[in-house]
Design a protein around this ligand. Sequence first.
Ligand code: HSE
Length: 438
Amino acid sequence: MDSPVSDPRPLRVALLGAGVVGGAVARLLTEHADDMAARVGAPLEIVGIAVRRAGRDRSDLGVDPSLFTTDADDLVTRADVVVEVIGGIEPARSLILRAMDHGASVVTANKALLAEDGPALYTAAAEKGVDLYYEAAVAGAIPLLRPLRESLAGDEVRKVLGIVNGTTNYVLDKMDTTGAGFSDAVEQAQALGYAEADPTADVEGFDAAAKAAILASLAFHTRVSGTDVYREGITEVSAADVAAAREMDAVVKLLAICERGERGVSVRVHPAMIPRSHPLAGVREAFNAVFVEADAAGELMFYGKGAGGDPTASAVLGDLVAVARHRVGGGLGPGESSYADLPVLTMGDAETRYHISLDVEDRSGVLAQVAAAFADHDVSIETVRQQLVAASDGESARANLIIVTHTATDAALSSTVERLRTLDVVRGVNSVMRVEGS
Ligand code: HSE
């Protein structure tokens, strides 16, 4: 093939990590070397691949075995671009900072590090005049951060509502389609390789919370760290909650929600019911999707594979081409944009809606007492539905009350539920679930 490359000085690429993603990056970069060179304007030469342990057979990657090294500290000083796909906080942070110190641009997929210490990485990149790109950190293959950082940089993003964790989406989808309980659905996900042997980071929402912090920081030009994000996982979601959603023609999803309001931004991860008519309701199995609302653009939807070697490598390689082009042609990509510095609200101040299912006595005055609990906390009821429940012999009449509220602060909604739990006429609170997307 004729190459348009006029200055063939190769750009030196150091790869940190040769796991599922690193292996795919090395293999694809080697297989598509000519195309990459043509797109960048210079060949990309892998100068080393840092691994934790030497000696493993990695012939499947098709790269020169002499490139593998356990000396990552040295490797990052010998590169124009460092690609970090080892994950975790250390040694990734030190290696990235050392790479920048030696003048290398960095491409990383490290959501945990960006959520914990993104501003420090941005500051180092700005000081050293290098790029920091991280498209693969959120929603794998889906082009999402570049649209937020660049394509929507002239607009005002109002809301980002996303399914950004494939494992939990798979689990909730199985609960919805088969009626399985949480534990059974997790076991199925583990058997198919969607869930880790220890699924804590996914099912407790840590993974999604780190991604929410990154999305909110970009969307609202405000520093949001992982610890600012309210987080609730899916371990408490029961088959009854999923069935209750089904009755409402809704589905339960673990959502990352980044919302800009009058008083600041709310950033949270929790399970919520969304109507089946909402575009996110149709996101099945382990797929990811992110719904963005912006003032001028209106509603946008991004959909695709959020994990896996090749899909994540696609995002990494896209970043690699972008930063390599800057090396060849000059210039830098966008740095940190945190000028808006909006207040980050606590969960109590977040505005949301609740779906509440109550087991109540079926006699006069019950509805009035229940309604008073809502009114006393200034929570407006949107719909009430009552179903009679067959009482056992000798038991007084019972009913199931299903209440959906209008929007109120989470603090007011949660105080209302606390009050309901204390009422004699309420035998039990069957389920409480936030409602989004309508
Ligand atoms: N464990 C994540 C998921 C993928 O299930 O989506 C990596 O972020």
